[in-house]
Design a protein around this ligand. Structure first.
Ligand code: NOJ
Length: 749
């Protein structure tokens, strides 16, 4: 008897009743017995119809009356796409004051990289390698959005993306699970803060899982990821974000190996709930339950509603599957009411943890005041500065403001206030954007000539006489190229990744004027810019930089800020190389050319180029490797040392190295630590990122950097179907990118 009481108590303490009977795990959402009692008390008063109502999410129309009756009847648990604080308050008033149980609505929105103040797109955020700054940006987004009544954001997107054709590569942190995990945790912390504070939002980690591996980079396509790939590459960022306390998770559109995610019990129950102990809420993607019918995984909406519930979905976004069929399914015995109770507990828990019952309303009159606050704009500018990557510099940058006379500003992205915001910036208002042209005109009154050359990126043109004449009159040419916001993001995949339209021709024409040409590319993905590099003296790559892109780029070009961004994704030479990523497995016939990764494959004893893994026309290597980026100064790495030659599996590797600024300007270097497990129960990646950091050094300054790497972080999901460290030989690098440095060897016993 005593034993039963004790285990019951533990069950309440650890998490929702949903997890009782499973191995005890700490709550991932931080729920408490008091929260659980409140949830249970509410649940016990709910009718079946009211429970199912909580599981229904709809997109608000422009008119509250469209849904007011349904909210009043308790048929809606959440709305998305309503941002007007007055209308949100009205929705909440109906829910709280006119529905039988007074349960507030959860109001969601895609606040992806800022709300009104737009930060660089997530791929650009990842290029900062600065989780603290990314957390600050997420906090800004929360403050602005929550002021209008939005308490749930569908962010961060944690999909690993290794194919730049996929338009949604813009929305994530790129190709690397470790970087993605750190960015995801930072965003979760930034959005959620201490939750009860009503300036926070619940995060929604998405899309679970594998969505970024869409075949051919075509959005919504099938994926075929093995369990090992899932566990070693695609799942770790999600697990990290769950451990960071993410309150909600969204399923993905793709089917993996034939099973649509929204009906995939293995990932939603076995892994997410049972292995990780997630006690937050799972929502479908928009109609992804309904799309199981198109996938051919269910015959009708009733069938897919049952499949989704059984797989572990709590809330239906826009299929109307739960609201239309669950009651009938329970009555017929096809679905147990206990499954519905478990889902509703997860939803109510989220609402309680957010403090929605205490603070359902916002002060609509005050909402305006926090939008575009000076400190928000300042954070957005700093982030855009850290996010830009210097890919080429013959020494022309930074320009000397005092000595630069006439400046020609040209290119389709020079004055594109909407497009520099990037994808998923619904609420960013272009009248608040500062474009490069605006920033440059303000900084250099009377010295800027603006001739667009091309009015938009897709424009086709063969003559550039006017702009070339203007270039001849100028002292320097600043050309802003790239792709408009609409060319990346959801459903915007591309098969050709060269600069679109006649942009390469424009650049070549400008080159012919004989003046220094500084190119800036603003884009949602790494474009194939190899053919453009010879036509400029310097090239800055700014993944769509957001509201403050203009001032940030101006500061970088004129040396008030120094570039420190690094590529969060491999830059390809040509689209035919996709997918290509640094952490690829060692092949049986590694390429051994004179290339960027020289030395790594050489040790495997391969010397001949014949019959190895490369393209006859494009070789084996990308244009720029992962982690690459120049500064206005140079950095040298020396004296890499480990505190031992051999470690126990429960040990800690103490790593130190000296970083020196050997150039003539102050600068910040993003150093990266990579490891390689030389022989495993499975073939292993040639390198894997395990730590990174930013160090700011004055010219001539050196710093000894010391860090600890627990051996447990070398673990992977191996042949024994569990995650563990396999003893043997390892290598470790610390360098400025994934293709540099000399390794140190060590052993794990
Ligand atoms: C579909 C997208 O895939 C998802 O990322 C987004 O959050 C939802 N629509 C809601 O807008």
């Amino acid at each position: 008897m005593m034993k039963t009481i004790k285990s019951l108590f533990l069950c309440v303490l650890t998490l929702a009743a949903a997890s009782c009977g499973r191995p005890q795990q700490a709550s991932t959402t931080g729920t408490t017995p008091a929260v659980e009692r409140r949830v249970d008390a509410l649940l016990s008063r709910m009718t079946l119809a009211e429970k199912i109502g909580q599981m229904n999410q709809v997109s608000a129309g422009s008119d509250v009356s469209n849904y007011s009756d349904a909210v009043r009847k308790g048929q809606i648990g959440s709305i998305l796409n309503e941002v007007d604080p007055v209308r949100i308050n009205e929705f909440q008033r109906i829910a709280v004051e006119e529905s039988r149980l007074g349960i507030p609505l959860l109001v969601g929105r895609d606040v992806i990289h800022g709300f009104h103040t737009v930060f660089p797109i997530p791929l650009g955020l990842a290029a900062t390698f600065d989780p603290a700054l990314v957390e600050e940006g997420a906090r800004v987004a929360s403050v602005e959005a929550s002021a209008q009544g939005i308490r749930w954001t569908f962010s961060p997107m944690l999909d690993i993306a290794r194919d730049p054709r996929w338009g949604r590569i813009a929305e994530g942190s790129g190709e690397d699970p470790y970087l993605d995990a750190r960015m995801g945790e930072a965003m979760v912390r930034g959005y959620q803060g201490t939750l009860q504070d009503s300036t926070t939002m619940a995060a929604c980690i998405k899309h679970f899982v594998g969505y970024g591996a869409a075949e051919g980079g075509r959005d919504y396509n099938s994926t075929f990821l093995s369990e090992r790939q899932l566990r070693n590459v695609y799942l770790p960022p999600f697990e990290a974000a769950v451990r960071a306390g993410a309150l909600t998770l969204m399923t993905s559109f793709n089917d993996n190996d034939g099973i649509p995610s929204t009906g995939n019990r293995f990932i939603l129950k076995d892994i997410l709930r049972d292995e990780w102990g997630f006690d937050g809420m799972v929502v479908t993607d928009w109609n992804s339950m309904g799309e199981m019918i198109s996938h051919g995984y269910g015959a009708d909406r009733k069938e897919v509603a049952r499949e989704a519930l059984e797989a572990g979905v709590d809330m239906d976004m826009m299929t109307y599957g739960f609201i239309s069929h669950l009651e009938e399914l329970v009555r017929s015995g096809a679905v147990r009411e206990s499954a519905i109770d478990a889902a509703v507990r997860n939803i109510l828990r989220t609402k309680v943890l957010l403090g929605l019952f205490e603070h359902p309303y916002v002060d609509a009159a005050a909402a305006e005041a926090v939008q575009y606050a000076p400190e928000h704009l300042d954070a957005a500018r700093r982030t855009a500065e850290e996010s830009a990557i210097l890919l080429k510099n013959t020494g022309v940058l930074p320009l000397d403001a005092a000595r630069t006379g006439r400046i020609l500003v040209t290119g389709p992205m020079a004055d594109a206030p909407h497009d520099q915001l990037g994808t998923w910036a619904f609420d960013g208002q272009k009248q608040h954007t500062i474009t490069p042209l605006a920033a440059l005109r303000e900084r250099f009154p009377g010295r800027v000539d603006y001739v667009p050359g091309l009015r938009f990126s897709r424009e086709k043109k063969s003559h550039f006489d006017e702009v070339v004449a203007a270039a001849r009159r100028a002292d320097v040419v600043l050309v802003f190229l790239g792709e408009e916001a609409i060319l990346s993001g959801e459903a915007h995949s591309l098969a050709d990744l060269n600069l679109i339209g006649s942009q390469s021709e424009l650049l070549a024409a400008l080159r012919s004027a004989g003046k220094p040409v500084i190119a800036t590319v603003m884009a949602g993905r790494p474009l194939t810019i190899e053919r453009d590099l010879p036509n400029c003296d310097a090239l800055l790559y700014a993944f769509h930089p957001g509201t403050m892109g203009g001032p940030a780029l101006t500061n970088l070009i004129f040396g008030d800020a120094t570039p420190s961004g690094k590529t969060p994704i491999t830059f390809l030479r040509t689209v035919g190389q996709a997918p290509m990523y640094y952490a690829h497995n060692m092949t049986g016939r590694p390429y051994n050319g004179e290339t960027l990764l020289d030395g790594i494959e050489a040790e495997a004893g391969q010397t001949s180029l014949g019959n190895t893994s490369y393209y006859l026309d494009y070789g084996a290597y990308p244009l720029f490797p992962f982690g690459y980026g120049l500064s206005y100064t140079e950095f040298a790495y020396s004296d890499l040392a480990l505190d031992a030659a051999s470690y126990r599996r429960d040990g800690v590797i103490r790593v130190s190295f000296t970083l020196s600024n050997t150039g003539r300007r102050a600068g910040t270097e993003v150093w990266q630590l990579y490891v390689r497990d030389l022989v495993g129960s499975l073939t292993r990646p040639v390198k894997e990122l395990r730590r990174f950091g930013r160090e700011t050094l004055e010219p001539g300054e050196s710093r000894r950097v010391e860090l600890e790497l627990p051996v447990s972080e070398l673990a992977f999901w191996g042949a024994e179907r569990k995650k563990q460290v396999e003893p043997g030989d390892f290598q470790l690098w610390v360098a400025g990118d994934s293709a540099s440095g000399e390794p140190l060897a060590f052993k794990v016993e």
